[in-house]
Design a protein around this ligand. Structure first.
Ligand SMILES: Cc1cc2nc3c(=O)[nH]c(=O)nc-3n(C[C@H](O)[C@H](O)[C@H](O)COP(=O)(O)OP(=O)(O)OC[C@H]3O[C@@H](n4cnc5c(N)ncnc54)[C@H](O)[C@@H]3O)c2cc1C
Length: 456
């Protein structure tokens, strides 16, 4: 109706006035789509950067998210009155992400999980030696091995991860201890802290960095990680960030318009940004970036492999074995933890929410057939007849936990990428040379937001 009236009005305008009017309209449209900063991706990294930019400056900020909902991998799904994160999520108590979020005024309510638990090797169950009491009680290690394990843990705590650059984790493990069992515990702790199940490839620097953080404790969050996203979103919107969902970016054209970036969406529309922050995946960045020189330099991003896992998220009426709250496989790469024992994860506060996870190797990134059975069987060993108590379950057979399996040689490449196109920034869980997971997502977002402010 409006369009019809507009056409009738335009038909009655004389040609010179029509040309002038169209020019003005074009200006208005272009102005509306010109932004100081365009952020691609509404996950943790995108939102943290948006919050910092708006808190410290008057820059106009547009955040584009391809999905129906923002949050990325930090979303929490509400099912049958219970809150499911996308698999188990724990925030490091002594990491880099927590202080950045707190500086932004984000309330992080929840509790640290206990340090006791069990280890499974085949059908045998051992006490996990992840606390002084656990070391004393465990029968997994002989007395000699317990002393060796305590020595290795102390060494880990005193190691400066920067001294381990260019070294794979396995090599460091072999240099650190001759004991096969102690090494297998190191790999269990490494998986727990990083989700990486590739000791022969993963960077010792990143693994040890995260293992040290994990030993400082974690927090399971009440209501799930969605509570972080919701607070970041509300603060961003109040600070004038414009958030648009269902906006898939198909192309970033560097230096297209007066030194600015042209961001092209899936529907063909174009947005101009003076600076652009990309927070999607390294692979996608290479394919959507339109810049000949950068494309060849960034082609190594295509080689980056994600860290994947299979998760089984479960809500039960009650636990058949209430004392079993945490378990790890030794010979098989499995994780189990009851998150609702430490965080409120159901509306009533009565339901049990637990996560089972299998750490996947790169070569296991196939269709995931039979994986759900494997997860069920592992849970059955810890909580026999759990299915009789079932309220809700969800299996994610090969979810990306981190966009980059951190390799020793990545560091230089990431530094190089930072400087390739002035005005184009990257952040996310793959964009930090020293960290992965939310630690990298949040700290890289803070770093680039401050650089963008300096650029202005
Ligand atoms: C099973 C599992 C367990 C985990 N456990 C932990 C844990 O215990 N501790 C921890 O610290 N971290 C954990 N993580 C990792 C953590 O969730 C992520 O590192 C973090 O959420 C990543 O945030 P991000 O912003 O970098 O990326 P994402 O959350 O992936 O956000 C990127 C966003 O960009 C959007 N996007 C991509 N391309 C485009 C495009 N072309 N146009 C528009 N939008 C686009 C995506 O839709 C997405 O919303 C876990 C993850 C999983 C899956």
């Amino acid at each position: 109706m409006f369009e019809k009236k507009l056409i009738i009005v335009l038909c009655h305008i004389s040609p010179p006035y029509f040309v002038m009017l169209m020019k003005e309209l074009k200006e208005v449209i272009l102005m509306a789509e010109k932004w100081d900063v365009v952020i691609i991706g509404g996950g943790l990294a995108g939102y943290v950067a948006a919050n910092i930019l708006c808190e410290k400056t008057n820059l106009s900020v547009l955040l584009l998210e391809s999905r129906r909902k923002t949050g990325g991998r930090a979303i929490t799904e509400k099912r049958n009155g219970t809150f499911f994160n996308l698999g188990p999520h724990a925030l490091y108590k002594e990491g880099n992400a927590k202080p950045v979020l707190e500086e932004l005024g984000i309330k992080l309510s929840g509790n640290p999980p206990g340090t006791s638990g069990i280890l499974l090797e085949g059908a045998t169950v051992y006490e996990a030696p992840f606390s002084p009491a656990g070391i004393l009680k465990t029968t997994f290690l002989s007395w000699r091995e317990r002393i060796e394990w305590a020595r290795v843990v102390m060494k880990l705590n005193n190691t400066d991860p920067q001294t381990l650059a260019h070294q794979p984790f396995k090599q460091w493990g072999e240099q650190t201890t001759d004991s096969f069992k102690v090494r297998s515990l190191l790999y269990v702790l490494g998986r727990l802290a990083t989700y990486c199940h590739a000791p022969e490839k993963a960077s010792a620097k990143v693994m040890v960095n995260h293992m040290k953080l994990a030993m400082g404790g974690t927090i399971y969050l009440d209501g799930g990680w969605q509570t972080i996203i919701d607070q970041l979103h509300n603060r961003a919107v109040v600070s004038r960030v414009q958030v648009r969902t269902r906006n898939v970016v198909r192309k970033i054209n560097a230096n297209a318009v007066n030194g600015c970036f042209q961001v092209v969406l899936a529907d063909g529309s174009e947005i101009i940004g003076k600076q652009v922050l990309y927070t999607g995946s390294p692979n996608e960045l290479v394919s959507i970036l339109d810049h000949t020189d950068a494309n060849s330099a960034l082609s190594f991003f295509r080689e980056m492999k994600p860290v994947r896992a299979a998760t089984l998220d479960i809500a039960l009426k009650r636990l058949p074995q209430p004392a079993r709250l945490f378990a790890m496989g030794i010979d098989e790469p499995f994780y189990y933890s009851v998150h609702s024992a430490y965080a409120k994860l159901s509306e009533s506060g009565q339901n049990t929410v637990l996560h089972v996870l299998k750490y996947l190797r790169e070569e296991e990134s196939g269709p995931g057939e039979g994986i759900q059975d494997e997860l069920h069987k592992f849970l059955e060993r810890i909580q026999p007849e759990w299915e009789h108590q079932l309220i809700e379950k969800r299996c994610l057979p090969r979810i990306i936990v981190n966009q980059r399996l951190p390799m020793a040689e990545d560091e230089k490449r990431l530094e190089l990428a930072e400087k390739i196109i002035p005005g184009l920034f990257i952040a996310g869980d793959w964009a930090s040379p020293d960290l992965i997971l939310s630690e990298a997502a949040v700290s890289s977002a803070k770093k680039v937001a401050l650089q963008m402010i300096q650029n202005e």
